[in-house]
Ligand binder design. Structure first.
Ligand code: HEM
Length: 173
């Protein structure tokens, strides 16, 4: 099973040191990479509840079979209805908070590995196999890229306007 670290960045992009020997199959990020991940996480940090919903609705659109393992939503046919579901919001928030915790633990890799291993075990019982995990992270990173581009466009636009003052909050999502 891939751990949270291997999902956050391709293994090849990390340094030479890996936990391959210990059987975990994850790679150690460098200090710079940890900083980059922490910085880019800030792009969606304020909107994690929204991102959680978007991420799951997209997952169900692209891989409808994933919905079947969720007792709470598996009978909801209309994905648009799911966007306003309290249960999906709560669930998305749990998942995103877990990713947030993983980002915060990037410099305490042993704790991060323990967290990710436990999560893998619980997902065995949820009947949620590893083949979908990287799909989920791709969805988060693609949303982050959109957010980054929209914010970058917004900031360039503000810089052109005489009254424009950069606003810290990302309104892209
Ligand atoms: C890599 C991305 C994922 C992360 C970080 C993640 C994280 C979590 C977390 C934190 C929970 C709360 C319970 C617990 O801690 O065990 C959870 C529950 C669950 N996850 Fe995931 N998950 C991921 C991917 C998936 C995928 C792809 C599926 C479906 C194919 C899935 C299905 C479930 C189910 C069915 C539950 C229990 C739902 C419930 O209690 O209502 N997860 N997940």
């Amino acid at each position: 099973m891939g751990c949270a670290i291997s999902g956050l960045a391709a293994k090849a992009e990390f340094g030479d040191r890996t936990t391959e020997e210990s059987g975990a199959g994850a790679a150690y990020p460098s200090e710079d990479q940890i900083q980059m991940i922490k910085e880019s996480w800030k792009v969606i940090q304020d909107d994690i509840a929204k991102v959680g919903i978007i991420m799951f609705v997209r997952l169900f659109e692209t891989h409808p079979e994933c919905k079947d393992v969720f007792f709470l939503f598996r009978d909801v046919e209309d994905l648009e209805r799911l966007r306003t579901s309290r249960e999906l919001r709560a669930h998305g928030l749990r998942v995103m908070s877990l990713i947030e915790k993983s980002v915060a633990r990037l410099d305490q890799l042993e704790r991060l590995e323990a967290l990710a291993l436990e999560l893998g075990k619980s997902h065995y019982h949820y009947n949620a196999p590893p083949k979908y995990y990287s799909t989920m992270f791709q969805l988060v990173t693609s949303l982050m890229k959109h957010g980054y581009e929209e914010e970058s466009n917004r900031q360039s636009h503000l810089a052109l306007s005489p009254k424009g003052r950069p606003d810290k909050k990302n309104t892209a999502l």
